[in-house]
Design a protein around this ligand. Structure first.
Ligand SMILES: [Fe+2]
Length: 267
């Protein structure tokens, strides 16, 4: 099976949705004890193998996928995450990452069969974010939206079509099967609000006109603000739109975490 084009993939949104329920997001506060968290940090650090010369300058996002294939991660998932999910949930991805800039923009992480031929017969179910390390005690938020998008993993870039044409990184991602929505209504985002998120919210938490423009928040509204704090687990539907607060708003210079994807077998 081949990776689908964006048009083919988005045409199946209603079909994918028919297998899924919509549930509120949640954060399990202080869910991991210190020993468990420390071991997870050690294992994830070894797995990620951050190069000495990683560019820790202005633009620094380093990630490694395939973490779901690691035995230590599978054991952690069985013990700490799976009991919180449906019995038939399957661990299907995803990464360990360091990031400081730019902030994670508006997106969905739905690693289903449309964008990944290895996921034949699997739809995205839950995304689980596991904060490991951050250099502030004033932890930033991960925001979840009221809006859903049942496409495969997609960056929500309403109003940015012209801007992205000149961005070689975006062009590279599009050529490698990362999907981009430039018009939320036309692409079928569900529960669009009548207004944008307020400008004062944007200035307080995001304020990133080039990488995360205000137009990307068009007709979105906030379902939850979840503390990106080591020891917490943040769980939300994979088709729920989300994004992260800009780290410098909290005086942080980096964050280190794991994001996991769970799927359901539909055939
Ligand atoms: Fe995400």
């Amino acid at each position: 099976m081949k990776r689908m084009t964006q048009e083919e993939a988005f045409a199946l949104n209603g079909y994918v949705e028919s297998f899924l329920d919509e549930e509120p997001s949640c954060v399990k506060e202080n869910y991991l004890d210190n020993d468990t968290l420390t071991k997870l940090i050690l294992d994830a650090t070894t797995f990620l193998d951050l190069p000495e010369d990683a560019n820790k300058g202005k633009w620094f996002w380093y990630r490694r996928g395939g973490i779901e294939k690691e035995k230590w991660l599978q054991k952690f998932s069985d013990e700490y995450v799976k009991p919180l999910l449906r019995d038939d949930a399957l661990l299907i991805g995803d990464t360990a990452f360091y990031i400081n800039y730019p902030p994670h923009d508006v997106h969905v992480d739905n690693r289903d069969y449309r964008g990944d031929p290895e996921k034949d017969g699997i739809v995205g179910y839950k995304s689980v974010v596991i904060p490991l390390e951050i250099d502030t005690t004033d932890c930033p938020y991960l925001f979840t939206a009221d809006q859903y998008f049942y496409g495969p993993s997609t960056r929500m870039r309403n109003g940015c079509e012209e801007l992205d044409k000149d961005n070689p990184e975006h062009q590279r991602q599009q050529e490698n099967g990362v999907y981009f929505s430039y018009d939320y209504a036309a692409d079928g985002v569900k529960y669009l609000a009548s207004t944008k998120i307020s400008k004062s919210y944007y200035e307080e938490y995001i304020d990133e006109p080039y990488f995360v423009p205000y137009s990307t928040f068009d007709k979105l509204s906030i379902e939850g603000a979840h503390r990106w704090k080591p020891g917490n687990l943040i769980i939300f539907d994979s088709s729920r739109i989300h994004w992260a607060e800009k780290l410098t708003k909290r005086g942080a210079t980096y964050k280190f975490g794991i994001s996991l994807n769970y799927g359901l077998k539909i055939k």
